[in-house]
Design a protein around this ligand. Structure first.
Ligand code: NAP
Length: 455
């Protein structure tokens, strides 16, 4: 994919960028390597000052930064601003908590003194997606920089101006030159970076194919990776649920980010007793959503991020219908209309072999399933190779206990939609990836966890 800003609301190419050459990549790695030698010695208290300053800049510039995201990938401006506010919260969280997360952990043994010490590794490569163009990066950058590592960012090719803005914020905040750099490069150039001995580890958020490619190369180089990949999260509604709240949340949980979130609710699994009411009310709620210019404050749903994403989503919808799925709303777009818009869509009666059952649908398409009871709900929820998040709605404690225990997912949210929270680990199981971001556990992924034994 060319590195370019293309406005998905109009299809207009706004600006193109020349990818870095191999020698330019080498020069950036050299700067990062040099920066690490000094940066790892800088006290945590100083790093925290800079990270608080980064939060100040994010807050002060949230309208300008938000408009860049809306321009490049089509999320509504109000959601872009909320994303930037969340980045500021993330920066402050790590500025305030890292000393606790990084302090030596005393472990009594037969030694006179034994403990665990957490030390930075060096250069960490982050390969990031466009869908939350700021948050995905800051949830990596804040703990990485606090831990004393330095970062290289290969952002998605359709959000280059967001990528540049992030590096500028970190520099303006006071972090020394070379501690965090954006590399404007294509996916094929990632291999050279992972193979460089100065680069110690890599994290990737994105598709399965990208994760497999990066992990294979890193595996060959014996380097640690964290992978945050796709999700086809269930949203289970049982007859004991607070139905109105579940329906209201179901709209946001599916439509957040124009339907392009890894942890969006994608498969709605409804206990038969409440299925009719849920379905009718969800159709009504989706009908009321306003599709349009994402810069406007009253728009609920902007365009999809690229022409290709819309084409793939529509292909999945049409293939599912061709196999027998029933369309309740949406499912058609006007190819002559400017912009990559796709309407809120609901499918039901979904065959087991159709894409709506087997694949992740990355757009505003809800798949509805009916089940007779809790056992069937759990079986269906787990009948996917993916295992990112799961949301379930019940007011019954026994049902709650079973859902928490039996759902195969990196997180389970009861009576709430799945979301990321700085103080809790975030990540998947099965083919949704491995490793964790956020919280203390996320920070520890890219550290040398050194055992110390003193006799
Ligand atoms: P993608 O194509 O995999 O792109 C993500 C990033 O990986 C981009 O920077 C991309 O660069 C790069 N990339 C692509 N192929 C690569 C390769 N072979 N080697 C190295 N880097 C490569 O992902 P997407 O389709 O745009 O994003 C949507 C997917 O991401 C969905 O499956 C979604 O669920 C998942 N996602 C997961 C999480 C999570 O936290 N688990 C969060 C957000 C999204 P280019 O842009 O240059 O191709």
């Amino acid at each position: 994919m060319a590195i370019a800003t293309t406005n998905p609301t109009t299809g207009e190419i706004i600006r193109t960028f020349t990818p870095l050459s191999s020698s330019e990549i080498q020069a950036k790695i050299a700067i990062a390597h040099q920066a690490f030698q000094d940066y790892k010695l800088i006290p945590l208290s100083q790093r925290a000052v800079w990270l608080h300053r980064a939060a100040d800049i994010l807050e002060a510039e949230k309208y300008r930064l938000g408009a860049i995201a809306t321009l490049e990938m089509g999320k509504t401006l109000k959601s872009a601003i909320a994303e930037i506010e969340k980045c500021a919260v993330g920066c402050r969280y790590y500025a305030e908590n890292s000393a606790k997360f990084l302090q030596d952990l005393a472990v009594p043994t037969q030694a006179r003194q034994s403990f665990v010490r957490y030390q930075p590794l060096g250069i960490i490569l982050a390969v990031m997606p466009w869908n939350f163009p700021y948050w995905q990066v800051f949830r990596f950058a804040a703990p990485t920089l606090m831990a004393g590592n330095v970062g290289l960012l290969k952002h998605a090719s359709n959000v280059p101006q967001c990528a540049i803005a992030i590096a500028e914020i970190i520099e303006q905040a006071g972090f020394p030159m070379g501690t965090f750099q954006t590399l404007l490069i294509g996916a094929a150039q990632v291999e050279e970076i992972i193979r460089d001995p100065r680069v110690k580890a890599a994290t990737l958020t994105g598709s399965e194919a990208a994760g497999q490619s990066l992990a294979a190369i890193a595996g060959h180089e014996l380097k640690k990776t964290v992978l945050e990949l796709g999700g086809s999260d269930p949203f289970i509604v049982l007859k004991t649920a607070d139905l109105d709240l579940a329906i209201k949340t179901a709209v946001t949980a599916r439509m957040i980010n124009n339907g392009q979130s890894c942890i969006a609710a994608k498969r709605f699994i409804l206990e038969e007793a409440i299925a009719d009411e849920f379905e009718t009310k969800l159709v009504t709620a989706y009908r009321q959503l306003k599709l349009g210019d994402p810069m406007q404050p009253d728009t609920d749903l902007g365009p999809l991020a690229t022409f290709q994403i819309r084409a793939e989503l529509d292909q999945q919808v049409q293939a599912s219908i061709a196999q027998g799925a029933k369309l309740l709303i949406g499912g058609k777009f006007d190819p002559d209309q400017v912009g990559y818009f796709y309407p809120p869509t609901i499918l039901t009666d979904i065959p087991k072999t159709s894409p709506a059952y087997t694949d992740e649908m990355f757009g505003p398409v809800a798949s509805l399933f009916r089940v007779p009871n809790l056992d069937a709900a759990i079986n269906l929820a787990n009948d996917t190779p993916l295992g990112l998040g799961a949301s379930a709605w019940t007011q019954d404690q026994k049902e709650c206990d079973r859902l928490v225990d039996e759902l195969e997912a990196g997180s389970v949210f009861i009576n709430e939609m799945v979301k990321s929270d700085c103080s809790l680990p975030f990540g998947g199981t099965k083919r949704s990836g491995y490793g964790r971001e956020l919280s203390m556990l996320g920070m520890h992924e890219f550290l040398n966890i050194k055992t110390v034994w003193i006799k």
